[in-house]
Design a protein around this ligand. Sequence first.
Ligand code: GDP
Ligand code: IMO
Ligand code: MG
Length: 427
Amino acid sequence: MPALVLLGAQWGDEGKGKATDLLGGSVDYVVRYQGGNNAGHTVVVGDQKYALHLLPSGILSPGCTPVIGNGVVVDPSVLFSELNGLNDRGVDTSKLLISGNAHIITPYNVTVDKVTERFLGKRKIGTTGRGIGPTYADKINRVGIRIQDLYDESILTQKVEAALDGKNQLLTKVFNRRAIEVGQVVEELLGYADRLKPYVADTVLVLNQALEQDKVVLFEGGQGTLLDIDHGTYPFVTSSNPTAGGACTGAGVGPTKISRVIGILKAYTTRVGSGPFPTELFDEDGDALRRIGGERGVTTGRDRRCGWFDAVIARYATRVNGLTDFFLTKLDILTGWEQIPVCVAYEIDGRRVEELPYSQTDFHHAKPVYEYLPGWSEDITKAKSFSDLPKNAQDYVKALEEMSGAPISAIGVGPGRDETIEINSFL
Ligand code: GDP
Ligand code: IMO
Ligand code: MG
C-alpha cells in the first residue's frame, strides 16, 4: 500500500490535524512536506486536546514515525518547545526524523516578516509573523540556512554572512532597524545543533525505502489549496506549495508513488488574514458560524473570517490536486439553520462563471450565486453511519459531493477521533 496525501481544500483550518490523527494508527509514516509553524493543527484524543504547529500530527500515534521533510521550514526554538510540551504530557517523540535539507527559520527571517508586513500597511498579507515568507525567499535566493549547515561552523558562518550582507543594508537603510550581527546568529544556531542531531536524517532515502517495503506513508499538508503560492489567491497566500505536487518536491517522493489524494473540506468556509473571499459573511450568520464552529486561529488567536460553502473552490481543489476523495468536516456546526446557502457559481461583472477565474481582478469582483438547501435541527454528533444523518443533512452532503467533483469518503460530526462517519475506507 503506497503513499497518500492529505491536504487542505480551502484556505486552511479545514481539520487536517483531526483527519491525520484518525489515519495515524493505520499508517507507518506521517510526513509534513511544506510550511512551518504557521500551521496550527488541532487533534482531540479523548479529553486531551493538542495543538501542533510544526510536528506532524502522526506524532500522537505510537506506531507511527513522524517526519519533517526537506520542503518544511523549521524554527528550532519552536520545535524544541513543541517537543517539550508533548514530552511533559507523556508523548514519546523519539522517533521523529527531520530532513537535513530542511531550511531553518532564523531570527532575522522572523524580523523581516514583521517589518515587511508593517511597511505594507493596509496592503499587508496578514501573515502569521513566523518568518515563513522570508525563509522561503532566502531558500529561492540561495542564501538559506539548512539544518545540515549546523554541523559545519565554517560553512554556517559564511552562509549567515551571505544572508545578512544584503539584509542588513535593507534593515538599517530602508526599515530603520539595527543591523543583525553574524556572530550572534551563528552562536544561537550552533546552540541548537546537539539537540537536533539525533533527529536529522536522509528522509528522502528513508521514505523511498519504506515505500519499497510496502509501508504506508501519509503526507500531511499545512495551510490549503487557496493559500498555495502558485495556485492560491496570490499575493494573499503562504510561500509554499500545500497542493498535492508539493508533497513530491517537499519529501522527495515521485508522483507515481501517490495513490490517493484526500482533500479536507469544511462544510462551510473560513479564512485567516487578508485577501478575497467571495462567500464571506459580515452578518449574524457569520458570527454564528464563528461562535458555534470555534473559529479562532490556533497559531495566532485571530478570529477567522467565516462564510458559506463555496463549490467553485471545491471543484478547483479537485482539479489542481487531482483529488480522489474528500473528507467533509464540521457538518455538525451547520445544525440549526433552516436553509443553508451554498455558492454554486460566481457572478463577475454581470456574467455567470462556473470555474475559479485565473484573473485576480475577476476574483476580486466575484459575487456568489447561491442555491438554498434545506437545513436540519437534529443533533448529528452521535451519528456513526451515513444513514444515521437526517435526510436533509444527507442531501446536503450529496449535493456538495455532486458539485465538488470527488466522492466524500468521510464526514466529521465533532472534533474527536470517533466523531467521524466513514463511508469509504482510505486505506
Ligand atoms: P487544521 O489546521 O486543518 O488542522 O484545522 P484546525 O485545527 O486549525 O481547525 C479545525 C478545528 O475544527 C479544530 O478545532 C478541530 O478540533 C475542529 N474539528 C475538526 N473536525 C471537526 C468536526 O467534524 N466537527 C467539529 N465540531 N469540529 C471539528
Ligand atoms: P493550517 O495548517 C490558515 C495564512 C495567514 C496569511 C497567509 C500568509 O493550520 O491550516 P504566512 O505566515 O504563511 O506567510 O501567512 O497564510 N495562513 C494560514 N491560514 N491556516 C493556516 O495553517 C495558515 N498558515 C498560514 O493567515 O493570510
Ligand atoms: Mg489550523
